[in-house]
Design a protein around this ligand. Sequence first.
Ligand code: GDX
Ligand code: MN
Length: 382
Amino acid sequence: MSLAVFPFKTEEPSLVVSNLATAAAHPAIDEVWAVAPEVGGAEAAVRAMAPEVSGAHAKPVEVIIQERLGTYRSGKGDAMNTALTLAAEQGRDRVHFYDADITNFEASWIDGAERAADRGFGVVRHRFPRAATDAMITWMITRPALARLFPGTFLPRLDQPLGGEVLLTRPAVETLAASDLVRSRSDWGIDTVLTYATSVMDLGFYEHHVADGKRHALYGSLDELREMLIECLDAVASLSGRPGPRPGARHATDPPAPVPEDLKQTTAYDVEATVRLLDAEWSADEIHLAESLPPDLSYLVLDPPTRPRFELMDADRWHMAHGLLMENFALGDPAWESLAFRLWLTRVLSYTTNQARQGFDAAMEYLESTIRRYEVIAAGSS
Ligand code: GDX
Ligand code: MN
């Protein structure tokens, strides 16, 4: 039997509870945990409603407060690691994780993951189509980094290396609970290190496709993603020098399916508000850092008003900028954090105002082709 875990923080309690109930209603699930950062607020509301869900399905539905386990900012990573530790102690056979803010969560997600585990895959990740301007950390930071570090393996080809929706079987849970890399990563970097750590376990790795997409809270300006950006950048850079999955390691994925029309039309963030972020003040330290970039890049980010601000940040210039960030980025250093954010905004806006306007299919093909190219470059230089 399987356990389902939902980290939650500020979501509408009724949405969280409805997801807990969907999991509790599933015949493969025998217990459900909701993991909150602290007592009060959404936690109190969910805790008040949990007994009803538990009673309706005759299964334990627990609200757990996350422990301080990691060494980075205390966030989603502490929540996932708290659940992993408890699940390992209890010898759980299978553990599902789902974000609590999903609005189209249903039994078929659990079915798909369970089916792959029944076929002997030790790790299952859910994958799903996303709007062409969504997933900008995945497309511009994480997949390029995996292409650089692990070319020719399945890691750069994973659709959602940052997704929080995953099924782990017992050997995976036990290995993760004992991993310092994973346990220390208490912030948004958790998904990156979890994806990496599970990819090298050689337990069989399956991607289950959710054709309808993952519907969840979208963003205003990309400022809302700043913290996630710098933490995910730091996490993936920390994988440098580590071995990748064994060549020929077992990996399989569901076939592609048609993408819902409304998703193809969605703009995932507020472009105007995001352009204005480039007007943010520069600190002296940040100017100093930017001036040390190769001229091709400093020209783009240092900003007399007559200069192009983002149009020229194409895939090649981004490859250069991304490489510099991978080598030099320092989490906690305000100048590096600000410069990384600015460079990333420049890249995202360039793509959004060019390729993303050419329609969903062309945009996806363009993004995939950039990852393949980064992989070819990396394979050639190693
Ligand atoms: N307990 C706990 N503690 N839960 C948290 C915390 C925390 O400090 N921070 C976030 N969460 C929960 C949150 O309530 C939600 O259920 C889930 O974690 C994801 O957070 P959300 O704000 O919805 O993140 P977002 O922007 O949707 O990102 C998710 O998808 C990204 C992706 O697919 O690319 C999230 O799973 C990211 O880790 C992932 O990179
Ligand atoms: Mn979300």
